[in-house]
Unconditional design. Structure first.
Length: 299
C-alpha cells in the first residue's frame, strides 16, 4: 500500500506570472482572485488539492518585486516568511515573456531557500512550441532546479504532471484538512477579495494598488420572514486620493453599480444564496505608505 503524503507548496514569481490562475486550476475552483493587473494577490492564500494518495496545500503568494511602498515591503516579507515554512517551492516563469532582471533577482532569493525549487513554465499555450523550447532552455540555465515543468492552466496542459511532481516532494503524513475543503481563507476575506477583483477591472493603471476593501458588516436576514432570505453585506472600498474616488464611483455612480453587480454575482456563487451588497467608497490618504492605515486595513 502506498503511503499518504501531505504538505505545503508555495508558488512564487514576479507579479502577473500566472500563479493565482495556476492555483485555481489545480484546486478545481476559484480560491484566489485573478486580474490582468500585476500585484493582485496581497496575502498568502491557501488552496487545497485532494488526491487519494496525497493532500497538497498550495500557498499562492504576492508577486516578489522591488518595493516602492511600505505595502510592497510587507508583501515581500510575507513571501520570504512563507518560503521558509513550505516543503516545496514552485517558481512560475511565464513562457510568453523573456526571463528578465526580476526573474534573476527572484532566482537569487530562492537560492537561500531550504525547500527544493521546481521551475514551472506557465502559459505555454500562448506561444509556439519552438518558443517554449527556447524558454525551457533559458530557465534551465538560470539556476539548479529540482525539476522543470511546462504547463498551461487554461488548456489543462501537464497539470496532473505538475501535481505529481509537487506531491513527490511532500513528506509522508495524514491529510491536514478535512476532505472537500478547498481553502482555509475566512469567508469575509474571500468576499472582500471578490469585491476588490470587480473594482480592479477596467480601472486606470495607477489605481490597482490603491484599492483596499474592508467588510464592515454581514447581517443575516430576519428568520421570521423566509421570503426575504437575503444576506446583507456592507463594505468599504478604500482608495488613496479624492480623484481616485471619482474613478471608482464613475459618472452618476455607474461604475460603482457595475462593480457591485459583478461582485454580487461572485459572492452569491461563493455562498450559494442571495446577497444585498452595500458599497461605499472612502479615501484613506496614502494608505500604502502609512503604517497605521496599513494596520487598520489588515496588512
Amino acid at each position: 500500500m502506498t503511503e499518504h503524503r501531505s504538505g505545503f507548496a508555495a508558488f512564487v514569481g514576479r507579479p502577473n506570472a500566472g500563479k493565482s490562475t495556476l492555483m485555481n486550476a489545480l484546486v478545481g475552483d476559484k480560491v484566489a482572485i485573478m486580474s490582468s493587473r500585476p500585484q493582485t494577490t496581497r496575502r498568502a492564500i491557501r488552496g487545497i488539492v485532494h488526491r487519494d494518495d496525497a493532500q497538497l496545500v498550495i500557498v499562492d503568494t504576492p508577486g516578489l518585486h522591488r518595493p516602492r511602498t511600505l505595502l510592497g515591503e510587507r508583501l515581500n516579507d510575507l513571501v520570504r516568511e512563507t518560503l521558509f515554512e513550505v516543503d516545496v517551492i514552485g517558481f512560475c516563469l511565464p513562457a510568453d515573456e523573456k526571463i528578465g532582471p526580476g526573474d534573476k533577482w527572484i532566482a537569487r532569493e530562492l537560492a537561500e531557500a531550504k525547500a527544493p525549487v521546481v521551475a514551472i513554465v506557465t502559459k505555454v499555450d500562448k506561444v509556439p512550441r519552438e518558443r517554449v523550447a527556447e524558454h525551457l532552455l533559458a530557465v534551465s540555465e538560470l539556476a539548479e532546479w529540482a525539476e522543470i515543468v511546462p504547463v498551461s492552466s487554461v488548456k489543462d496542459i501537464q497539470m496532473d504532471v505538475l501535481t505529481g511532481v509537487l506531491v513527490r516532494h511532500l513528506p509522508e503524513g495524514p491529510p491536514l484538512y478535512p476532505g472537500g475543503e478547498i481553502t482555509d481563507e475566512p469567508e469575509d476575506v474571500r468576499i472582500a477579495e471578490l469585491i476588490r477583483e470587480a473594482a480592479l477591472e477596467g480601472v486606470r493603471d495607477e489605481l490597482p494598488h490603491s484599492i483596499a476593501v474592508v467588510i464592515e458588516e454581514i447581517v443575516e436576514p430576519d428568520s421570521e420572514d423566509a421570503r426575504r432570505d437575503v444576506l446583507e453585506i456592507r463594505a468599504h472600498v478604500f482608495v488613496e486620493r479624492e480623484s481616485q474616488k471619482g474613478i471608482i464611483i464613475g459618472k452618476g455612480g455607474s461604475r460603482l453599480k457595475e462593480v457591485g453587480a459583478t461582485a454580487r454575482q461572485g459572492i452569491e456563487h461563493l455562498l450559494g444564496r442571495r446577497v444585498y451588497l452595500d458599497l461605499h467608497v472612502k479615501v484613506a490618504k496614502d494608505w500604502q505608505r502609512d503604517p497605521k492605515q496599513l494596520g487598520r486595513l489588515g496588512f
